[in-house]
Design a binder for this molecule. Structure first.
Ligand SMILES: Cc1cc2nc3c(=O)[nH]c(=O)nc-3n(C[C@H](O)[C@H](O)[C@H](O)COP(=O)(O)OP(=O)(O)OC[C@H]3O[C@@H](n4cnc5c(N)ncnc54)[C@H](O)[C@@H]3O)c2cc1C
Length: 503
């Protein structure tokens, strides 16, 4: 790597910090931002690097995917969160490589030095070796995923409204969700609310009661990490919302419009216009990169195994926190769960620990406080396990709402969210139902295939379904007799945009 000295070609946040120890934090998620804030009064120079310019509140992504709130309600610009901190410089870019022996990172094509490195790059989604399923069944990890899912759901409903054949309408009103963890269950409840209730009066031909939602899981119950009583309560609520659960079910194959599931009762073929994947999590690639360069230990999921202070053996200057780390120094020896609470607490601890090391004061000890877990299932129903106290229904929802508002880092978003939730509770209205294309569809307005009404009649229209839905509708036309509509050319849709959105 060509060496640049210590970001010195960039101005330091404050002149007096020019020679202060340099802490590089990679990832401005739950863990990274907390680490940054914990160093707020330290004489250190912090560079916070993220490939997005915002902090994303992932627990509410499903609400973006179902039009309850908008993307700005669940994301806060990093500069707004920590940019005004005197010792922080926020940089936009992707860290692609680490060189721990030289204490350097590779960022935007250049190598930079650090004194302390905090890796908080989180996790992504995995399809367990079937990456080809990704474009049929978008995951839910980043904002673009949520927007893509919302676009698919809304477009399927628009198509159903103008489809004369009832079987085709049923196909368009069917949604398969893979994975019955918190995200899958929350998604199932919210999709039901969207397709069965929120737009009940607004569509004339589409019958909301025909909405079919399948929730598939390889286990024997939903929300397996929660106590059985709450699982049971969640199952009952979801069933009352018309969700059909398939337990001990595993996806065998997928193509547009079709998912084949194996279960103890034999294989089942589910035909659905929309498929959503909430099943697998894989840690950020920087963990493997680190293991390759210094041979540190990874657990079987690929997370970096860390010491009690979140450092790596023989590299006390490197800390790995949040979803990327495997931390087993807990009271019962179980690894910290991949959740927002542990990530924030670990980030805060690491920031304080580095501050203590730099100021030669006594170092803190990490004690994880387990708040518990919760999942919202309906407009005003949630299940919550708070340190052994179990709540469900409306009380569970109130705890869920309070906890999420408390964790939301941006006060403005707290007010907006509370307002939108209350409006939805009272009126069933959703505030973010705009069906837009992806930005690149609108850039080249003169191109014949531009999705832009200026050249009406030439090329596909923005009002047409995108490639993914066209492929699903084509599959359905081919396989089900009695359906007469013309096959659609998937190339006419926004194939590139649609695929890019779910990478
Ligand atoms: C849909 C969904 C719902 C969830 N619901 C809940 C819930 O209800 N309760 C709960 O406690 N937890 C929930 N979680 C889990 C929780 O969001 C994560 O555990 C938490 O975000 C982990 O925090 P983190 O800081 O490790 O990573 P993240 O918050 O994911 O942040 C990682 C950051 O690193 C950046 N980054 C990644 N790679 C690079 C790179 N190479 N260079 C630069 N920047 C990079 C990313 O852009 C991102 O900003 C949910 C997760 C998802 C996806």
């Amino acid at each position: 790597m060509g060496k640049e000295h210590f970001f010195l070609e960039l101005e330091p946040p404050e002149e007096r910090l020019r020679h202060a120890p340099h802490v590089v934090i990679v990832g401005g998620g739950f863990a990274g931002v907390r680490a940054c804030k914990a160093l707020a009064s330290s004489e250190v120079r912090i560079t916070l690097i993220d490939k997005r310019n915002f902090n994303l509140f992932q627990p509410l992504l499903y609400q973006v995917a179902t039009g309850l709130v908008s993307k700005a309600d669940v994301a806060t610009p990093l500069r707004q969160l920590v940019g005004s901190q005197f010792n922080v410089q926020v940089l936009l870019g992707e860290v692609t490589q680490l060189n721990p022996e030289a204490k350097q990172i590779l960022f935007n094509g250049k190598a930079f030095d650090y004194d302390y490195l905090v890796l908080a790059t989180g996790s992504g989604s995995t399809y367990f070796g079937h990456e080809e399923w990704r474009s049929f069944a978008p995951p839910m990890k980043i904002l673009e995923h949520a927007e893509e899912i919302r676009r698919r759901l809304l477009m399927a409903m628009e198509q159903a409204e103008q489809m004369p054949d009832p079987n085709s309408r049923q196909f368009l009103q069917t949604v398969v969700i893979v994975g019955a963890g918190p995200t899958g269950c929350e998604m199932a409840g919210a999709v039901s609310e969207l397709m069965r209730n929120a737009m009940r009066r607004e569509f004339k031909q589409l019958d909301p009661n025909k909405t079919k939602i399948y929730l598939i899981d390889p286990g024997e119950r939903v929300l397996r990490a929660m106590p059985e009583t709450l699982s049971e309560s969640a199952r009952t609520t979801l069933e009352s919302l018309g969700v059909e659960m398939i337990f001990k079910g595993r996806v065998q194959s997928m193509q547009p419009g079709e998912v084949i599931i194996s279960s103890p009762n034999g294989d089942r073929c589910l035909q659905a216009a929309t498929v959503i994947w909430t099943a697998g999590v894989r840690p950020s690639h920087l963990g493997r990169n680190l293991a390759k360069s210094i041979g540190c230990e990874l657990d079987k999921r690929g997370r970096v195994v860390v010491e009690p202070d979140f450092s790596i053996a023989e590299h006390p200057e490197i800390r790995v926190v949040g979803d990327l780390c495997c931390y087993t120094h807990t009271a019962n020896g179980n690894p910290l769960p991949g959740m927002a609470g542990p990530a924030s607490q670990a980030g805060g601890f690491v920031g304080k620990d580095i501050a203590a090391l730099i100021s030669n004061s006594s170092r803190p000890k990490f004690n994880w406080f387990d708040f518990g877990s919760m999942a919202v299932l309906d407009r005003v129903a949630a299940v919550a396990d708070l340190r052994g106290f179990k709540f469900s229904g409306g009380i569970g929802w109130m705890f869920w709402a309070l906890a999420h508002l408390a964790f939301m880092p941006n006060p403005e978003n707290r007010i907006t969210l509370l307002f939108k939730w209350l409006v939805a509770v009272v009126s069933q209205q959703r505030s973010s139902m705009l069906l837009t294309g992806m930005p690149s569809q609108h850039l080249n307005v003169d191109a014949p295939d531009a999705h832009f009404p200026m050249l009406s009649g030439q090329g596909p229209s923005i009002a047409e379904p995108d490639a993914a839905l066209k492929a699903a509708i084509n599959y359905y036309s081919r396989t089900i007799s009695g359906v007469t509509h013309q096959p659609m050319d998937p190339k006419d849709g926004s194939e590139e945009d649609s695929t890019a959105a779910i990478k």
